[in-house]
Design a protein around this ligand. Structure first.
Ligand SMILES: [Zn+2]
Length: 462
């Protein structure tokens, strides 16, 4: 067990540390999370049901948009809610949230939940969404941030480097920016080391140059930034000598990126599944590559087309009900992602398992017959492409059910036979004799939110 550098905020008290009120709140949650993770599934479910009832009571009383929905699903105020009726509660889509506006806000947030703060998120749908979160909910957020550090045995006194979504012009190359602590979540409890940041809209060369100069212990970034850095390292032999672990967030982490990180840098990647509007959905198991649903913080469902829970091994859409945000309760919120439910984890934790997180429906491949498939490239697939040609960056754009545009950044112009081999690869990999169009670019830019996707589709199906 790694030693945690507790920070004391009380005059004259060095040990055992006494944090401030916020730090004490986070610690009290963490103390319980340390135990609940080992609870059997049934016990966790029962405890979660109790919190769900408190949330529903609050939603029925103070959230105008949710009251009729709850009543339609058989909710009677003051009576125990039959969780068997849960599936009859209609999912809340992003469009519903936008349409509901202020009717989705609580008219009476309990004073003990603190003030409400506003954030905006656009996701990959490009539809801006406003979410209101209470200070109490943020306390839970901070506890889960620290759970991730503890699960993955990070030495908090080390240096953390961050390359992630950052405002225009912030933390520019060559210096980036620096703060004395990792962040407000761990900084409220621990004497952490420093955190350095670089703007995500920098080139891979600039990122690598900055990382080598910073020489951090940990790197937090998007999977596609990591993929670019690893490809660069593979080509130039550059190393970041002290780096112990990479944490990824915000985009889908491909198994191929994990494998490449182990191969090129010899260190593990720890991924997390989190959204701004719903908080931590799932964290990577400390002992396996799959994810544990953060059941103490939310009710997460993976449902089929009929909105009923799928079986382990099956894929479905993700619905979330954050349990502690009373400012803007989201009940069965359809986040827009697909995931595969897993079997219980051999590590012994009772928290449900997500085997894979697959991302957004609009990025599925559509075959001429209407069949939809996930166009995930395996490690072997990517290696096959690299063996064909010196590809630095790629992106597939499905333009119709017959045409795929392959966008490429290449180290040298491709020959006709390279293109033929790539065309055959696309047809073979995606299971249809697609028309393949090539487009050569100097750079494939990130989307508006800083996210990068390697498969996009313009095919709209009803
Ligand atoms: Zn586990």
């Amino acid at each position: 067990m790694i030693e945690l550098p507790y920070s004391s905020a009380t005059d004259g008290i060095a040990w055992p540390a006494l944090p401030d009120a916020q730090g004490a709140g986070i610690l009290s949650i963490l103390f319980q999370l340390d135990q609940t993770q080992w609870w059997p599934e049934a016990r966790l479910r029962a405890a979660q049901h109790r919190q769900c009832e408190a949330l529903l009571d609050h939603a029925w009383r103070t959230v105008p948009f949710l009251r009729p929905r709850l009543e339609k699903a058989g909710y009677r105020h003051g009576e125990p809610f039959d969780i068997g009726n849960w599936a009859s509660l209609p999912p809340l889509t992003r469009a519903d949230v936008a349409e509901a506006g202020d009717a989705l806000l609580s008219t009476a947030l309990p004073a003990s939940h603190g003030a409400a703060g506003e954030i905006f998120t656009s996701g990959s749908t490009g539809r801006p969404l406003r979410a209101i979160r209470s200070q109490l909910w943020e306390l839970f957020w901070r506890a889960f941030t620290n759970r991730d550090h503890i699960w993955h045995r990070r030495d908090l006194t080390g240096k953390l480097a961050v390359i992630r979504e950052s405002g225009e012009g912030k933390a520019p190359w060559p210096d980036g920016s620096e703060t004395p602590r990792w962040g407000s979540s761990s900084g409220a409890l621990f004497d952490t080391g420093p955190c350095v940041s670089l703007n995500i809209r920098t080139s891979t060369e600039q990122q690598m140059d900055w990382l080598v100069r910073q020489d951090p212990d940990y790197l937090l970034t998007h999977p596609t930034v990591l993929q670019g850095l690893l490809a660069h390292s593979l080509e130039k032999g550059t190393r970041i000598s002290r780096l112990k672990q990479v944490e990824t967030l915000s985009e889908i982490l491909r198994p191929a990126t994990r494998a490449l990180c182990a191969e090129v840098w010899g260190i593990p990647v720890v991924d997390m599944y989190t959204t701004r509007e719903a908080g931590y959905l799932a964290l990577q198991c400390p002992e396996h590559e799959h994810y544990h649903v953060q059941r103490e913080g939310l009710l997460l469902e993976v449902v089929g087309a009929d909105y009923k829970t799928v079986k382990p091994g099956e894929t479905g859409r993700v619905l979330v009900t954050p349990l502690h945000n009373f400012a803007m309760p989201l009940l069965r919120y359809e986040i827009g992602d697909y995931a595969e439910l897993g079997e219980p984890c051999p590590c012994g934790r009772g928290l449900p398992v997500l085997k894979r997180i697959l991302g957004r429906e609009q990025n599925m491949l559509v075959l001429p017959g209407g069949e939809r498939r996930w166009p995930m490239l395996s490690s072997a697939d990517i290696r096959r492409m690299l063996d064909i040609a010196p590809i630095r960056q790629y992106q597939f754009l499905q333009k119709s059910t017959e045409t795929i545009e392959l966008r490429l950044v290449v180290a040298r112009p491709l020959t006709e036979s390279d293109e033929t081999a790539l065309r055959d690869f696309v047809r073979d990999r995606f299971g249809h004799p697609f028309e393949v169009e090539f487009r050569y670019l100097d750079d494939i830019p990130r989307g508006r939110t800083g996210k990068y996707q390697d498969f996009l589709s313009e095919v709209r199906t009803s």
